[in-house]
Design a binder for this molecule. Structure first.
Ligand SMILES: NC(=O)c1ccc[n+]([C@@H]2O[C@H](COP(=O)([O-])OP(=O)(O)OC[C@H]3O[C@@H](n4cnc5c(N)ncnc54)[C@H](OP(=O)(O)O)[C@@H]3O)[C@@H](O)[C@H]2O)c1
Length: 184
């Protein structure tokens, strides 16, 4: 299997969603999401799939749900994140596997994620869905592409780092780390 990469747009306060929606509209971020994930595999929770409403073209989509009866045209289903990763490895061994949310699925997949592709959004919106805390002990920033109002930031899991506690709430946010290796 290729790398397992979590991709998310995250507010300064750690918020990624409000109800079933994303609390901003950034066209450039959608375009980048499309470009980065095209031809690869997307794993997403059933609620995120419902909010998108359809399979995204050009990408194999695996929806994680506990509902054995749930079906949707153009996607496959998995009962756990581990099963979704195993299915991805079997169906598309060369592909990168993108974990595309939402909050529950980022947390369930967290120990298995090699890299993060984060769009740091320069807002602190209200919202009940958060991204796990990116702890400096576990993740090193590998690059930062600053735009107007947001930045594309990459992280790689530190070699030998154990899965960190990803149960932290929004108040801990995602900006608690020292951005070593940034600006490359
Ligand atoms: N900003 C971003 O980049 C971004 C990206 C994606 C999503 N979002 C936002 O995130 C929010 C949705 O996130 P969410 O946390 O509410 O839901 P979610 O993670 O998208 O989906 C949750 C659902 O996934 C299934 N599930 C979760 N954990 C599971 C497990 N361990 N094993 C098997 N199935 C499991 C369950 O489906 P069943 O109920 O069917 O069993 C659960 O209801 C929305 O607001 C969305 O807009 C933001």
């Amino acid at each position: 299997m290729g790398e397992v990469v979590a991709i998310a747009a995250v507010g300064r306060n750690g918020v990624i969603g409000a109800g079933n929606d994303i609390p901003w509209r950034i066209t450039e971020d959608w375009a980048r999401f499309r470009a980065v994930t095209m031809g690869h595999v997307l794993i997403m929770g059933r609620k995120t799939f419902d909010s998108v409403g359809r399979p995204l073209p050009g990408r194999r989509t695996i929806v994680v749900t506990r509902d054995e009866a749930w079906r949707n045209e153009g996607v496959t289903t998995a009962a756990t994140v581990e099963q979704a990763l195993a299915d991805a490895a079997r169906l598309a061994p060369e592909a990168t596997v993108f974990v595309a949310g939402g909050g529950e699925i980022y947390r369930a997949a967290w120990p298995l994620i090699d890299r993060l592709e984060i769009t740091e959004v320069d807002l602190e919106p209200a919202g009940d869905i958060t991204f796990p805390r990116i702890a400096a002990a576990d993740w090193v920033a590998t690059g930062r592409d600053q735009r107007d109002g947001f930045a594309f930031v990459g992280y790689r899991r530190r070699t030998g780092s154990a899965a960190n506690d990803c149960t932290a709430g929004a108040e801990e946010g995602t900006r608690t780390l020292t951005p070593e290796g940034t600006g490359t």
